[in-house]
Ligand binder design. Structure first.
Ligand SMILES: Cc1cc2nc3c(=O)[nH]c(=O)nc-3n(C[C@H](O)[C@H](O)[C@H](O)COP(=O)(O)OP(=O)(O)OC[C@H]3O[C@@H](n4cnc5c(N)ncnc54)[C@H](O)[C@@H]3O)c2cc1C
Length: 213
């Protein structure tokens, strides 16, 4: 397959809230940015339901709808959006080079993008367990009782019993946050080596969560 070559002043890698916010600013500054969508167009909020903590939405908004609005706002000022999966980048000299393919499985580089400026906003993704039922609704209970973010969803669990899967620092931080809402926050620790971990975790285990419950 012949490679497509694209030259851009500003390339934004990722189309989640960070990438599209950067795109709104860059396009309004007439920098004609190119946003690369990648494997999850719209980012992580596209797999959730109610988002209640974004200013400007007094009644909350569904995650996919919020990301459609981000996208429309960026496009309104001339942002271009391209769906390729970036396989590798060469940042050793300008212009930076990004090598894109059609999907993760594809072996061929289909697109080479040359960028004077590159904004990387590839986000993060939750480490799901891979058990039945954790997919987003309607397939599973994701967004309807199963969550990957305590600060996002803790409010929905007021007065409920909550189980946290994990034994690392993140699990401990989430547990601390959830103690404001949930009636009990038991933790399930899947691996012993996770549990031993950092001083932060050991101190918090002793001083906070065990003390509270
Ligand atoms: C189930 C769930 C519910 C949540 N609920 C809330 C909530 O209610 N409120 C809240 O504030 N936050 C919530 N969050 C957290 C919120 O979604 C993240 O903080 C936010 O999406 C991070 O935005 P981001 O733009 O940094 O990255 P992301 O949203 O992770 O976007 C990353 C982007 O990078 C792209 N990308 C990654 N790798 C490549 C690659 N190799 N090539 C090309 N593109 C690539 C992806 O396709 C994606 O477009 C929730 C998260 C989850 C998982």
């Amino acid at each position: 397959m012949p490679q497509t070559e694209i030259n851009k002043k500003v390339v934004i890698l990722g189309s989640g809230p960070a990438g599209l916010t950067a795109a709104i600013y860059a396009s309004r500054a007439q920098l004609e940015p190119l946003v690369i969508d990648g494997p999850q167009p719209g980012g992580q909020l596209t797999i959730t339901t109610d988002v209640e903590n974004y200013p400007g939405f007094a009644s909350g908004i569904m995650g996919p709808e919020l990301m459609n609005q981000f996208r429309a706002q960026a496009e309104r000022f001339g942002t271009e959006i391209l769906n390729v999966w970036i396989d590798s980048v060469d940042l050793s000299s300008r212009p930076f080079k990004l090598y894109g393919k059609e999907s993760q499985e594809s072996e061929e580089i289909s697109t080479v993008i040359l960028a004077e400026t590159l904004i990387i906003s590839t986000g993060a993704s939750a480490k799901w367990l891979g058990v039945p039922g954790e997919e987003p609704v309607p397939v599973g209970l994701g967004g309807n009782g199963v969550s990957a973010c305590a600060t996002c969803d803790g409010f929905f669990f007021r007065g409920k019993d909550v189980v946290i899967v994990g034994g690392g620092d993140t699990a401990m931080e989430e547990a601390m946050f959830l103690t404001r809402f949930a009636s009990k926050v038991p933790r399930f620790v899947p691996r012993l080596e996770n549990y031993a971990g950092s001083g932060f975790r050991q101190r918090k285990n002793r001083d906070y969560v065990e003390h509270r419950h």
